[in-house]
Design a binder for this molecule. Sequence first.
Ligand code: LLP
Length: 417
Amino acid sequence: MDHFNFKDGELFAEGCSVRSLAATHGTPLFVYSRTTLEQHWFAFDNAFGDYPHQIHYAVKANGNLAVLGVLAKLGSGFDIVSGGELKRVMAAGGSAGKVIFSGVGKLEWEIELALDVGIECFNVESMAELERIARIAKARGKVAPISMRINPDVDAKTHPYISTGLKDNKFGVSLERALSCYEFAHQHPNLSVLGVACHIGSQLTELSPLEDAMDRLLEFVKKLRTTGIEIKVVDFGGGLGVRYQDEMPPLPDQYWQALLTRMQAHDLTLPVAIEPGRALLGNAGIMVTRVEYIKAGEVGKFCVVDAAMNDFIRPALYGAYQEIINVDQEPDSKAAVYDVVGPICESADFLGKDRTLAVKPGDLLAIRTAGAYCFALSSNYNARARAAEIMVDGEAAHVVRKRESLEDLYALESLIE
Ligand code: LLP
């Protein structure tokens, strides 16, 4: 469900004409829909109903301050993986007390900052990290709330680069090792055990790997109980997929029913936490790009656009399919098959391959499902300024990140003699 729809053959983002947005703000351009984002958040929140739960939005999917601010206003929590993300959350009005800190390589200063502002929980990924947090907490006279991130060794059946719950992945600790971590934390005066956590991967389109992971996690919670360690919250991570092409990912309701069924099967009624990123933002954004050239190759045709892999790297990095559509539907125009490519000097610089499109230079195209992991992964490769970001809210369009200037790109650099 999103709010990017055609009216009289022209694409609109809520009440705003995408063509007008491109004319005013230039291209490439990211456009987010506030209403879509809010609806997605409420789809999760309503799915849980009265059951005690917390949604921690995974900031890495899209850390724009306006996105974080909209979610903070809804009362969302946040899942962060760096001190930089923590700063962003606080700058956007998020509450530190609803922040959980994930990630395998938490730095000293990041742990210090997180302790000083009083985050809700550290999701800890190794004994070494647990010891580091304990040492820093002791030095600052604090008690750090912790959950261990368990690696349940299940196959999430997603792209290998975004699969995180197998034992050869760098993430989390095995169930066996987790036990000694909890014993250490339980006895340490500067640590307090809050929960258990896991996150097995991203863009999951089936529930069964999640159910397997839940079973292992809940079994472990019961085992901990027998050693006198009480778990107060179970964090199932993020990972719910979205539709890019023809995937049919479970809906938040189905996801919650599966979690609840597993909890009941284990006779547990613990508060739950989740860390969705893509499912909240993915379909709440598009990227708009302009066709520059149509080029005939020896084998096929290329549609050269003004956006490139620096703006939008998912196709190049994961071979990801992203739907590409015309912003203006022109019924009489003739379609052909194109590779949609950008101006960057790499053969991996494509946004879509073998796409049937009716296009000519000057036309606008929109890439759908561009709200998550698109701007967030963008770079300045080939000295290209990053795109502007707009958030629409009904008929209002807010510039939530200005287009970078070319001078911005070297503002931190200096010449030497
Ligand atoms: N929690 C943790 C600990 C994570 O590592 C992640 C994502 C999430 C939550 C949120 O997962 P989500 O609900 O968004 O699936 N750049 C890749 C995705 C990388 C995901 C990394 N971790 C992509 O563009 O597909």
